[in-house]
Design a protein around this ligand. Structure first.
Ligand SMILES: C[S@@+](CC[C@H](N)C(=O)[O-])C[C@H]1O[C@@H](n2cnc3c(N)ncnc32)[C@H](O)[C@@H]1O
Length: 269
């Protein structure tokens, strides 16, 4: 065991995103979103934040604390269904699960930083902050290996048309209007490119010619014919025994899933 490799959090992120699914793969700079880094109380950390206010951006160096395993090869969510060496990806499943994110620094307050969009789940421990310095940290003309290939493929027109049955539209509107849950962008983005089974994109082949795509605590059930994907309906992902189990107090969208089961009992197992 090496000595001197101790590391402790300097603070924790309050992002309001309890689920990994809710956090973006990288920060979405188009979202008008604020997040907070709550520093561990104490004069030392307060002093360490001196002079940071003039920087537009900072690097957060943090821990994927929700992960327990790592894999030498991973299946990135974007691009074709192809495994990549974990060091050639930003996957959370790393031998030392350290994340790095350049975030907008909106304000330095006593004991906390107000930040722009980020890709961290609520409660993520943060180990360090460094100023983002464009002259040191930005090399926009650098090649980005397989990511460049994926981006080039994504700039081509989508290969599949996506249609929704009236029932699927009813489900999407019901989720949106009653529970503020909106999957339309994700469904269109993923299914119009490639609806084939993919573990990280959570697409599975089901019985017959049916497939489903996991969206947080929900599934979208679909069929593919020629170059058209038809979304048939949505359904809750958790079985009733989980939803009613008091030993599982924090199930995502629990109330919404129970309400869906009452409204469309024939669609759930
Ligand atoms: C693809 S990683 C990229 C993280 C960082 N920007 C990087 O490049 O190192 C972002 C994903 O990590 C997951 N994630 C965020 N916070 C996490 C945490 N504390 N533990 C485990 N997974 C987390 C979320 O699913 C999010 O979509």
């Amino acid at each position: 065991m090496e000595s001197g490799l101790n590391i402790t959090p300097i603070g924790y992120i309050r992002s309001g995103k309890p689920l990994k699914f809710d956090a973006r793969h990288q920060p979405d700079e188009k979202q008008a979103e604020t997040n907070i880094l709550e520093m561990i109380p104490g004069d030392k950390y307060q002093k360490a934040l001196k002079d940071l206010a003039g920087f537009d951006r900072i690097w957060l160096i943090w821990w994927f604390h929700r992960n327990t395993d790592w894999r030498p090869e991973v299946l990135p969510p974007r691009g074709p269904s192809k495994r990549r060496g974990v060091f050639a990806t930003r996957s959370p499943h790393r031998p030392n699960p350290i994340g790095i994110t350049p975030v907008q620094l909106i304000e330095v307050k006593k004991g906390k930083l107000i930040l722009g969009p980020c890709d961290l789940v609520d409660g993520t421990p943060v180990f360090d902050i460094k100023p983002y310095i464009p002259a040191y940290d930005s090399f926009p003309d650098s090649k980005a290996g397989w990511i460049d290939e994926v981006d080039a493929a994504l700039s081509a027109p989508p290969a599949f048309a996506v249609e929704f049955t009236p029932l699927a539209r009813e489900h999407m509107n019901w989720l949106q209007n009653n529970w503020g849950i909106d999957f339309q962008v994700r469904l269109l983005e993923i299914l119009s490119r490639d609806p084939s089974p993919h573990r990280t994109r959570r697409i599975r082949s089901r019985h017959g010619d049916l497939f489903d795509l996991g969206c947080g605590a929900w599934y979208a059930v679909f069929q593919v014919a020629d170059q058209t994907v038809t979304v048939l309906h949505l359904k809750p992902a958790f079985p009733l025994k989980f939803l009613n189990d008091p030993a599982r107090p924090v199930l995502p969208d629990r109330e919404a899933q129970l309400a869906f089961r009452s409204a469309w009992p024939k669609l759930v197992d």
